[in-house]
Write a protein that binds this ligand. Structure first.
Ligand SMILES: Nc1nc2c(ncn2[C@@H]2O[C@H](COP(=O)(O)OP(=O)(O)OP(=O)(O)O)[C@@H](O)[C@H]2O)c(=O)[nH]1
Ligand SMILES: [Mg+2]
Length: 326
């Protein structure tokens, strides 16, 4: 399967050079020695990063790695200033970090339509009319436009979803997101059906919108690279609520739950400081007695909900819980 989800990419950027000032002298019938009138060069275009909330991956940049803004035009006669170069706009999903060649973060895009200038275009040079003075009435020189340098940058996406769903493979994460949002991820009865994060938007009472991310399953030893490893866990670093999903088919819920907490802690202890909710999925398999057995084993202050994407049990409670917090 071709992996279309890209969350890390290197791009080459160059803003436009400034246009050069012109050396020119006014020539008109009956006007003798009209004086210098060479115009200024235009400014080079900027390279701009712009947030777009319709994008959820940076894979569109895979085939557009060279991002070059237009150069400013040279000055014209009659003191006409050359036109400015067009900006090069790079659209990125919300939550994209821009890093320099040494991987230091230089900026971050957090809002839709937010624009930040990554590279400024070069200044245009002055035309020769600027250099006319009492001593030199006919300057034969003008300023060159500023030549700008090129740089490489790294773009890294850390999805800015409100809610992240994490759990073992096959626990029903994608099924849940397909029921409560309009997203249509692949669902199947085998582990690692989901190989890339899926994003769904939950519309709540027409005025609230929640972005939910379904993160590919993690397994014991993910910290040592097992399964898909930690490839996608970075995407829950910026979620406000973490939903940890354990299927009721698991034999030892508490052990499984602790495995997930340990793996998350290994990756970034701050994740465990976030609000989290335990979802015990596929509750259509359980009767009250079995549910009671599970509850007995949970810690006293552990917040949990039994959910079933098939019988819809607990879904309203889950949606209310999420919307009340966010
Ligand atoms: N009985 C029952 N089965 C469910 C429920 N939710 C999901 N399933 C089934 O569980 C299987 C796995 O579901 P997925 O949604 O693909 O699981 P996942 O957690 O996304 O799995 P990965 O993508 O592999 O990590 C599918 O066969 C679903 O039909 C549920 O509420 N009740
Ligand atoms: Mg899945």
């Amino acid at each position: 399967m071709i992996n279309k989800f890209i969350d890390f990419i290197k791009i080459y950027c160059k803003s436009g050079n400034g246009g050069s000032g012109l050396i020119h002298f006014r020539r008109e019938k009956f006007i003798h020695k009209g004086g210098p009138d060479g115009g200024d060069g235009g400014k080079g275009g900027n390279v701009i990063i712009k947030g777009n909330n319709q994008l959820y991956t940076i894979s569109h940049l895979k085939y557009k790695k060279h991002n070059i803004a237009e150069n400013g035009k040279n000055g014209g006669i009659n003191r006409i200033t050359g036109s400015n170069g067009k900006d090069c706009i790079i659209e990125v999903p919300i939550g994209t970090l821009i890093k320099d060649e040494y991987k230091n973060i230089i900026m971050e895009i957090l809002n839709h339509n937010e624009k930040k200038i990554l590279l400024y275009g070069g200044k245009g040079g002055k035309g020769n009319w600027h250099f006319k003075n009492a001593i030199c009435q006919a300057p034969f020189y003008s300023e060159k436009g500023k030549i700008v340098k090129e740089f490489c940058f790294f773009l890294e996406l850390k999805i800015l979803a409100d809610v992240g769903i994490i759990g073992f493979p096959n626990s029903g994460k994608s099924t849940l997101i397909s029921i409560i949002t309009s997203s249509k991820p692949k669902i199947s009865n085998y582990p690692f059906t989901t190989l890339n994060p899926n994003i769904g938007i939950l519309n709540y009472k027409k005025f609230k919108k929640l972005v939910i991310a379904d993160i590919p399953g993690i397994i014991k030893g993910a910290s040592k690279g097992k399964g898909l490893g930690f490839k996608f866990i970075k995407h829950i670093q910026r979620n406000r609520i973490i939903l940890i999903m354990i299927s009721c088919e698991e034999k030892n819920y508490i052990k499984e739950y602790n495995i997930i907490l340990n793996e998350l802690n290994y990756f970034d202890p701050n994740i465990l400081k976030k609000k989290r909710l335990l979802l015990i999925s596929k509750s259509d398999y359980l009767d009250n007695e079995l549910k009671y057995e599970i509850i007995k084993k949970l810690k006293k202050n552990e917040k949990y909900i039994f959910i079933s994407s098939f019988s819809k049990e607990g879904l309203d409670e889950l949606i209310n819980y999420l919307c009340n917090i966010i």
